[in-house]
Design a protein around this ligand. Structure first.
Ligand SMILES: O=C(O)c1ccccc1N[C@@H]1O[C@H](COP(=O)(O)O)[C@@H](O)[C@H]1O
Length: 205
């Protein structure tokens, strides 16, 4: 079970979340985000996979950030096409395409991305592009029949543990923690993250 912690920015907080056991760490390059990373932090994680989060960004700019931050994965929250995903994949990057979920019909577009993306990420549909702090009805995902593994995202917080332990899906590969574990935008509560990861991984490998 992959645990991604997203919206990271401060060097010491990055170190603490890496030590807390995060598998992946997300950096948000969307200028309107309260977690927007304006410059490369003095410390970047060496144990975690590094994920860059983008919204309708050009392939050229994504590749520049991938180079600067040594990104392993690109997480695409906007109207990015299968063709752009394919181009980024060809450049050697892992691709995580995000689908914002409010109802079953929001799963319809996934077919066009099958075989191109390494992972899907299902997040809560909201007026922005992500970071809503709200959960969606996970039972909608029982209608997901494709083969691409996915991460569950949107409003996950320490109190989500019991619901996560009840969730079942053959393609479920991980979770994505963000605002639900923050003391301030871009600043995670590393003790809460550490406890949550330990409790989750005791039950789900
Ligand atoms: O967090 C943001 O500010 C953000 C802005 C634009 C695109 C994505 C963003 N974050 C992503 O949204 C998920 C869910 O966040 P939350 O748990 O609901 O706060 C988060 O994991 C990021 O991948």
């Amino acid at each position: 079970m992959i645990v991604k912690v997203c919206g990271m920015r401060e060097p010491e907080n990055i170190r603490a979340i890496e030590q807390a056991g995060a598998d992946w760490m997300g950096f948000i390059f969307f200028p309107h985000s309260a977690r927007y990373v304006t410059h490369c932090p003095e410390y970047l994680p060496e144990q975690c996979r590094r994920v860059g989060v983008f919204v309708n960004e050009s392939t050229e700019n994504i590749l520049l950030k991938a180079q600067e931050f040594g990104l392993h994965y690109i997480q695409l929250h906007g109207r990015e096409t299968p063709e752009q995903c394919r181009k980024l994949k060809t450049a050697g990057l892992g691709i995580v395409k995000v689908f914002s979920i409010a109802r079953e019909s929001d799963l319809r577009p996934v077919g066009c991305y099958e075989g191109i993306c390494d992972y899907f990420l299902f997040d809560t549909a909201c007026s922005g592009y992500g970071g809503s702090g709200k959960t969606f009805h996970w039972d909608i995902l029982q209608a997901y029949q494709a083969k691409t593994p996915f991460l569950l995202s949107g409003g996950l917080r320490p109190g989500s543990l019991s619901s996560l332990l009840q969730f079942k899906h053959e393609q479920w590969a991980g979770i994505d923690l963000n605002s639900g574990f923050e003391t301030a935008p871009g600043l995670k509560d590393s003790a809460a993250v550490h406890t949550f990861i330990n409790q989750l991984k005791q039950k789900i490998q």
